[in-house]
Design a protein around this ligand. Structure first.
Ligand code: VG1
Ligand code: CO
Length: 543
């Protein structure tokens, strides 16, 4: 096999964000762009010759082409074997599962997650370490530094590898093993949840819908829900993965998963609805005409975890990202287990899980997961809910109402302002931060400011510090306003405004979140001059 060393020039914009490097497809298609980043990863991770790598993606446009390039570069960089999902497909949690199950050195996941795909859409690439989780910041920073100096990359001259059939082929000295992308993951799910009870629930007439949004979870949903759990054909909708996600926005929220929302809020709605995102790590949970916020979902799962066989032994602890509501904290307090608050992004949960300090983790951005893998996991959350529903016999709505009555309700919403000019978004953040010295003690109507800061996290395991993780304004009654800039977009800036209030009185809990949060929303607008500075009357998306 002929190995070429191709001269290249460094790029200065390959800085990984909240979850890997994300750029427009056209950027990745540019000469050497993908190759330089992959070589930077290989140079930094220092895999011993003969190591095994996992490779797969969410099937979006450019997935196939990128897989072939990475296989040839892996061969030229001394890897002994690559496990690749059939047709280059692996959901993000399935990739994490495969890395862990086969003890590989690490894995490369091709995805821009919930970002739209297609020739004009986004592409992304992410490296996961041997624990199955996203590389920590010290690795992503080193990869970025390397990419700014890289002058050549290595690639094997070889024909493309056929990826449509399970089995092993050779690429020079390297083996390429095409694996079933679903089987290992589905087996893991079956080991965690009471599939018998869920099967009986469905047999008894319980109706559900799962919207795969033409993204990666279609085959996973069909195998698990329709084959192994016996749900009728058609339970999985939009189950055919498409390179452009059917021109949709594969983000499971009330705005973008509108087809499912119409079904669940329509006549004769099923008992349960769920959706997942581009790469299968997010989830949205719906009951009949009822939406469960992701923050509440984490808390409900934590409170009912013992109903699932894989969690019957108890939880070591829970963790949530900073902007996620404190609903899970209340459950942890009652269970007498620790609750950790981390920056946004799943990479910050890895150390806590590896150290055995937490079992469950969650983010307000429709991400929930556990130490069964090291990624958030959409179908896992769906199965956890089905397990709880099967064991309690209650409806989704009843479970949440009872939960609020017992723990109080953390009323929560996130307002996103997408596609802002970067300087405008930065100006809003600077303006908010500039008031921090004067804010504590100030009163705004019924709210009095208790503290404000720019969230900084010190990892309790390795002591690494991550500063600048979001502007927090906390009030005496536990309410919060958070301002944060997104780290996953590819155009301009997205400003996220997170709002949280607490309502202990069951008689006042069943209220519309936007109405209940109106006072806080007003304060947030006053403090940030959001409308004046952005010219936007409304957020792009409210979740
Ligand atoms: C967003 C979410 C964050 C999540 C990240 C990756 O990041 O807010 O909670 O971990 O997406 O999710 P940001 O920086 O845009 O706020 V995924 O499903 O896009 O990998
Ligand atoms: Co995702």
């Amino acid at each position: 096999m002929n190995i070429q060393t191709v001269p290249s020039t460094p790029f200065d914009d390959q800085k990984p964000g909240t979850s890997g490097l994300r750029k427009k497809v056209s950027v990745f298609q540019g000469p050497h762009y993908l190759e330089n980043f992959v070589q930077s990863i290989f140079d930094i991770i220092g895999a011993a010759p003969g190591s095994t790598l996992v490779l797969g993606g969410d099937g979006r446009f450019y997935n196939r082409e990128a897989i072939q390039v990475i296989l040839k570069m892996a061969a030229a960089n001394g890897f002994g074997k690559v496990l690749v999902g059939r047709d280059g497909i692996l959901s993000t949690p399935a990739a994490s599962c495969v890395i862990r199950k086969y003890g590989t050195f690490g894995g490369i996941i091709l995805s821009a997650s919930h970002n739209p795909g297609g020739p004009d859409g986004d592409f992304g690439i992410k490296y996961n370490t041997a624990n199955g989780g996203p590389a920590p910041e010290k690795i992503t920073e080193a990869v970025f530094a390397r990419s700014k100096a890289l002058e050549s990359y290595r690639i094997a001259e070889a024909p493309d590898v056929a990826l449509d059939r399970i089995g092993e082929t050779a690429l020079g000295d390297m083996k390429v093993e095409v694996i079933d992308p679903v089987a290992d993951y589905a087996d893991l799910m079956e080991s965690l949840f009471d599939f018998g009870a869920i099967r009986d629930l469905i047999k008894g007439g319980f109706r559900l819908r799962f919207d795969a949004m033409h993204a990666v979870t279609g085959p996973y949903g069909r195998e698990i829900l329709e084959q192994r759990l016996g749900a009728p054909a058609g339970t999985v909708i939009n189950g055919e993965p498409l390179p452009d996600f059917g021109q949709g926005h594969p983000d499971p929220n009330l705005t973008y998963a509108h087809e499912l929302v119409e079904i669940m809020y329509g006549e004769d709605a099923p008992d349960f609805g769920a959706a997942s995102d581009g790469d299968g790590d997010r989830n949205m949970i719906l009951g009949r005409r009822f939406f469960v916020t992701p923050s509440d979902s984490l808390a409900v799962i934590a409170a009912n975890a013992a109903l699932a066989p894989g969690y019957a032994a108890g939880l070591a602890g829970v963790a949530r990202s900073m902007p996620t509501s404190a609903a899970a904290d209340r459950v942890a307090a009652k269970l007498g287990i620790p609750c950790y608050e981390t920056p946004t992004g799943w990479k910050f949960f890895g150390n806590l899980m590896d150290a055995g300090k937490v079992t469950l983790c969650g983010e307000e951005s429709f991400g929930t997961g556990s130490s069964h893998v090291r990624e958030k996991d959409g179908l896992w959350a769906v199965l956890f809910w089905l397990n709880i529903l099967a064991k309690t016999g209650q409806s989704v709505e009843d479970i949440v109402y009872r939960h609020w009555a017992e723990y109080g309700r953390n009323i929560y919403s996130r307002h996103d302002y997408e596609g802002l000019p970067s300087d405008v978004a930065a100006g809003v953040m600077e303006h908010v931060a500039s008031q921090f010295a004067a804010l504590p003690g100030q009163r705004f109507g019924e709210y009095q400011v208790k503290f404000c800061d720019d969230f900084s996290y010190t990892d309790p395991i390795d002591g690494s510090v991550s500063a600048g993780q979001g502007l927090r304004i906390g009030f005496e009654d536990g309410s919060r306003i958070v301002f944060r800039l997104s780290g996953t977009g590819t155009e301009g800036a997205t400003l996220r405004l997170y709002l949280e209030a607490f309502e202990p009185d069951p008689a006042k809990q069943r209220v519309d979140a936007q109405l209940a949060l109106a006072g806080l929303i007003g304060i947030a607008h006053d403090l940030s001059q959001l409308k004046q500075r952005t010219g936007r009357e409304q957020p792009t998306v409210i979740t």
